[in-house]
Design a protein around this ligand. Structure first.
Ligand SMILES: Cc1cc2nc3c(=O)[nH]c(=O)nc-3n(C[C@H](O)[C@H](O)[C@H](O)COP(=O)(O)O)c2cc1C
Length: 365
């Protein structure tokens, strides 16, 4: 019954709604969908209707990770809900968690428009937002008034200005958001890999600078798990350096990965690339990080998940949780339930009682 429901919704989305949406500017559609989601989240009636249309649950998908309960492993990746407006509706859509932001110390209107593009043949988005957000203080006030029905991660980055390219200024910028959000959200992600800021290369992905940043972050008592979001394009030696630096601090895990800036996409223009363009790189990063730590750190796999097979592949490589954006835009919102149902079937077929048993079981790197 649930499969049929999802098939019908998916068919209608891909054949009617998506072709119409794809006629318009991607940012306008993104803003429109965010406004719709926010509205649907306001009333218990619309939340229940949404739940009825999309939800799927299965005990084998439940996990307690670092003290946080996840009813399923599928989350919304950072950057879709930039201003934290969808926390009320996303649990009804079937998401197990979401990451809001990235937030920065100062508000920023983003890079000049247009700054979001679809590459339909590649099943990819080109993203050049440049960390548009209202700033940590405003967003903290807005979020403090709310109760969340699922875990909400807080993604923090540094304000996209030339000044924050100085290490000390950048560290203070991150630390302002980090200290502001101590009492809100289930975990932090420190985004050191935004590919569309004014700096040539993210400076805190340099191991020596990351060391300075983490020393400051962990100079105050840790109140919730801390993840680091990595670029999929890191040279091997730089990745090793980052992972070694993180060993000296109580970092809980990694989000693998952010958007790619791989040279072969340069001809499309500025920005970072999501979806199928980053999937292979993101999978390789999941596998490498899992192997480096021998499975002792939690990995959130992100990049190019369009169906249950894609999600299961990341889990087998070492991811405990999965995030997505582009797959939902391409396949429709029912894809969350479809992925969860597909994962439950894979687990059963492979003889696992819980998803945590499958994590890293196919890591042959
Ligand atoms: C429109 C858009 C905006 C994004 N903004 C952010 C951001 O602010 N912070 C961040 O850490 N990642 C950001 N990302 C990257 C995503 O969180 C994710 O890592 C990436 O898109 C790969 O997942 P996907 O292939 O499922 O989209 C953004 C991605 C998209 C598509």
């Amino acid at each position: 019954m649930i499969k049929l429901r999802n098939k019908v919704i998916g068919f209608l989305y891909r054949n009617i709604l998506k072709p119409v949406f794809f006629l318009f500017d991607p940012e306008e559609i993104h803003d429109f969908m965010t406004a719709c989601g926010e509205l649907l989240g306001k009333s218990s009636i619309t939340r229940s209707l949404t739940h009825y249309m999309f939800d799927y649950s299965n005990k084998s998908l439940q996990q307690n990770i670092l003290g946080i309960n996840f009813v399923n492993p599928i989350g919304l990746s950072a950057g879709f809900d930039k201003d934290a407006r969808l926390m009320d509706i996303l649990p009804s859509v079937g998401f197990g968690f979401e990451e809001v932001g990235s937030f920065t110390a100062k508000p920023y209107g983003g890079n000049p428009k247009p700054r979001l593009y679809r590459l339909p043949k590649e099943k990819t988005l080109r993203v050049n937002y440049g960390l548009k957000n209202f700033g940590a203080k405003v967003l903290h006030e807005q979020m403090s008034e709310k109760k969340f029905a699922f875990p909400v991660g807080i993604s923090i980055a540094k304000t996209n200005t030339p000044q924050t390219a100085q290490v000390q200024v950048g560290v203070e910028d991150y630390f302002y958001s980090y200290s502001t959000f101590q009492d809100v959200g289930a975990y932090f992600t420190i985004n050191i890999s935004c590919p569309n800021t004014c700096e040539e290369k993210p400076i805190f992905a340099m191991p020596e600078n990351l060391n300075v940043l983490l020393a400051k972050i962990f100079s105050i008592p840790k109140v919730k798990p801390v993840f680091i979001k990595l670029s999929p394009d890191l040279p091997e030696i730089q990745l090793q350096g980052i992972l070694e630096v993180c060993q000296n601090y109580p970092v809980d895990g990694f989000v693998c990965s952010n958007l790619t800036k791989a040279n072969k996409f340069n001809h499309y223009g500025k920005g970072g690339f999501s979806g199928k363009a980053v999937e292979g790189l993101s999978n390789a990063l999941v596998a490498k990080v899992y192997k480096f730590y021998g499975g002792k750190k939690i990995i959130i796999g992100s990049g190019g998940v369009f169906n249950a097979e894609d999600a299961y592949r990341k889990i087998k490589l070492g991811a405990s949780l999965i995030q997505l954006i582009t797959g939902m835009i391409w396949q429709g919102p029912q894809v969350i339930g479809e992925i969860n149902q597909g994962l439950a079937e894979f687990l059963k077929k492979d003889g696992y009682k819980n998803i945590s048993e499958a994590v890293g079981q196919g890591n042959n790197f």
